[in-house]
Ligand binder design. Structure first.
Ligand SMILES: Cc1ncc(COP(=O)(O)O)c(C=O)c1O
Length: 366
């Protein structure tokens, strides 16, 4: 069976280093917000070239805490794509604000800057941009809009740790960057985890307080906060994985290139990469009108493809009351046609060849 993602295979590469990291935590007597979290935060901030990185419990919490720290809440609107993981939008609802859906671009599958202007109202406070599948969005255009309308630009980097845009790490460009370390992500732990990156010290201090009951250094709460701390075990493991992140992402890029080359003569559309950006291929996504038939065909060959995402967030019952000022035509087309092929660190050449042959067989059998 070939899965579209297999974090165990990835972690096998670093088994000895990971075991050492876990033992190190076990043998210490500090399991929460101690040595490894401090070191990880410093190392991750250095990696991104930002002033601050704050470890939190998940990517969802990173988004939630970011919105809280920016004082976004009831009565405020936040522009967001619907073609994303539900967590991106859930965070907006969790602070009581209103998600305003804007369509994506058909070439890049990320927020379409040209569609944003007519979604902005007096209530709009922020844009959450998602670097979907590992591919940076059109940050220059989004920065221009954010500046023009004085909006906060929050980067959802959950799927794109290690990707770059015009020489800058994603997560270092907007007001705040939100990361997920869910096991399948490009930088994945062995459990849940997340981080927020930023260059604003006041904002960073507020997030540090909000992730722990709103406490100050004397454990006095000045506002109501969450319990959302990255734990020592995950931090120790993430320190190991961070050391290998760039070379791991190179392996992903190589696997993606193999697919792209193998499919040049097939009627398959591939997500394009913004000029000056690097895509780190958390997922290798193809666009095919016969998607569901291809999923079935691959399954018969024991290849399990993924679909990210079959139901756009605006069509889910929890989110139907959200606002949209436009038809989300591209979003709805993508929901019907996107397919994620197996790609992870540890996928062998033999396995990839099997996937390629099975995809080719599908198209030549028409
Ligand atoms: C784009 C995006 N945003 C946010 C999240 C939420 O991250 P987590 O699962 O760590 O809460 C995810 C993870 O699925 C994601 O893919």
């Amino acid at each position: 069976m070939i899965l579209y993602n297999d974090p165990h295979r990835h972690n096998q590469y670093y088994q000895q280093e990971i075991k050492q990291a876990v033992n190190d935590v076990l043998n210490s007597s500090h399991y929460i917000l101690a040595h490894h979290v401090n070191c990880f935060e410093t190392e991750f901030a250095q990696y991104l070239q930002v002033k601050h990185s704050i470890g939190v419990a998940s990517g969802t919490d990173a988004l939630h805490l970011s919105l809280l720290a920016l004082d976004i809440g009831l009565g405020d609107e936040v522009i967001v794509p619907s073609h994303t993981a539900v967590a991106t939008v859930a965070a907006i609802k969790l602070v009581g604000a209103t998600p305003v859906f804007v369509d994506i671009d058909k070439t890049f599958c990320t927020l379409n800057p040209r569609q944003i202007h007519n979604a902005i109202t007096k209530q709009t406070k922020a844009i959450i941009v998602v670097h979907l599948y590992g591919s940076p969005a059109d940050m220059q255009a989004l920065l221009n809009i954010a500046q023009q309308y004085q909006l906060e630009l929050i980067e959802d980097c959950a799927q794109a740790t290690g990707a770059r845009y015009q020489g800058q790490a994603i997560g270092s460009i907007g007001t705040l960057g939100c990361f997920s370390f869910y096991p399948t992500k490009t930088l994945g732990g062995i459990g849940d985890g997340g981080a927020i990156s930023c260059n604003n010290t006041e904002l960073a201090n507020r997030i540090r307080s909000l992730r722990q009951y709103g406490w100050d250094s004397q454990h006095i709460s000045h506002e109501v906060g969450l319990n959302s701390r990255l734990d020592e075990l995950q931090a120790a493991i993430l320190r190991v994985k961070l050391r290998h992140l760039d070379s791991d992402n190179q392996m992903r890029i190589q696997l993606a290139q193999n697919y792209t080359q193998a499919f040049t003569d097939l009627p398959i559309d591939i997500i394009q990469v913004q000029e000056g950006a690097s895509h780190v291929y958390h997922l290798y996504v193809i666009i095919v009108p016969q998607r569901d038939a291809l999923v079935k065909h691959l399954k018969k060959a024991n290849i399990i493809a993924g679909v990210h995402y079959p139901i756009p967030v605006h069509k889910m019952p929890a989110f139907t009351a959200s606002l949209t000022h436009q038809h989300l035509n591209i979003t709805e087309k993508m929901a019907a046609q996107v397919l994620s092929l197996p790609l992870y660190v540890g996928l062998s050449n033999t396995e990839q060849t099997k996937v390629i042959n099975s995809v080719r067989e599908f198209f030549t059998s028409f």
